[in-house]
Design a protein around this ligand. Structure first.
Ligand code: CDT
Length: 312
């Protein structure tokens, strides 16, 4: 038996600061329609896919910052994407900046949603691993103020039944952390969707710049293999407002192999036919968690604070 899901990694090229939501949504709809022509069930867009990557600037006025956030999803400008999904029978993952009101408090999250083929939101995730810094650091060529502009996500890593399998989501920096995949792996995840915006240049560690593609592939290939899951990682790429961002959007099989990849740094669709049943081969053998994980040992080792016991 096979459970095939055809997935389009819908990479975006740069979004300029003055670009309207309507302009960006038109690009997303064009990619979704292209995906439908190629028989896709699902398209995956990047992190913060509706605007330029605004945490690269320091905003003094909250009202100006809030213009980058969505109050409603779908809202007036994003409704055409939901309509296109329903008309085409193609679901999507979308990253965006969410302004939510919870228990009377206004809250800001870096969020992704999963929308099914009928245009209905079936899952929501709020980014947990926020990179960067909270204070303005003028020495940087560009800022990375995610720790200032967003709160840590409060929804955990939900894994839901959708597209014939168990689907989870993560956002950008989350992909560098093994906990992201393992928390979903422990829920049996078969497909992890990840959008990202990764500058080539990392101001606090420029010595890593030449390795940015390698690290991108390393973390997603490891996460896929070690949890027996498909992973789709999709970039906002290219030179956006003077900052070069990596592309390198990929689809990774549970074997850890890359089966599809974008080759440009513009709007581009890379397509893979993903057999979710391939996960079983890994989840039932090498990574049979019930059989081979040793959580009690991990707990004991952490309690000893990682100290190696003295030799007898
Ligand atoms: N958006 C985001 O999370 N970007 C970070 C930059 C970190 S610099 C190594 C990322 O992990 O790609």
């Amino acid at each position: 038996m096979t459970r095939m899901v055809t997935i389009g990694a819908a990479q975006l090229g740069p979004i300029a600061r003055p670009d309207s939501r309507a302009q960006v949504v038109a690009r997303l709809v064009a990619l979704l329609r292209q995906a439908r022509e190629h028989g896709c069930d699902l398209v995956v867009y990047p992190e913060l896919a509706l605007t330029t990557f605004f945490p690269r600037w320091y905003f003094e006025r909250q009202e100006e910052l809030d213009t980058y956030f969505e109050h409603d999803m779908p809202g007036r400008d994003t409704q055409p994407l939901f309509d296109a999904a329903r008309e085409s029978g193609v679901g999507f993952y979308l990253g965006y900046a969410e302004l939510a009101v919870e228990e009377g408090h206004t809250r800001h999250f870096n969020t992704s949603i999963l929308v099914d083929k009928s245009g209905r939101i079936v899952s929501k995730y709020r980014k947990i691993h926020l990179p960067g810094h909270a204070e303005h650091e003028p020495w940087r060529r560009f800022q990375h103020l995610e720790k200032r502009y967003f709160e840590v996500g409060n929804l955990g890593w939900p894994v839901v039944r959708a597209f014939g399998g168990l689907v989870g989501m993560a956002i950008c920096n989350d992909r560098r952390w093994p906990e992201t995949y393992r928390v979903m792996g422990l829920q049996g995840v078969e497909l992890v969707l990840i959008g990202y915006n990764t500058p080539v240049h990392n101001p606090p560690a420029p010595e890593h710049d030449a390795l940015s593609h390698f690290h991108n592939m390393l973390v997603m290939q490891s996460g896929a293999y070690q949890n027996g899951s498909w992973i789709v990682g999709v970039a906002k790429a290219g030179c956006e407002e003077g900052v070069d961002q990596i592309g390198n959007s990929i689809v990774v099989a549970p074997s850890g192999e890359i089966v599809a990849a974008c080759t440009t740094v513009g709007d581009e669709l890379a397509i893979a036919r993903c057999d979710l049943d391939l996960c079983t081969s890994y989840k039932s053998t090498t990574f049979n968690f019930a059989r081979h994980r040793e959580p009690e040992q991990y707990r004991l080792i952490v309690e000893r604070k990682g100290a190696v016991p003295p030799p007898e």
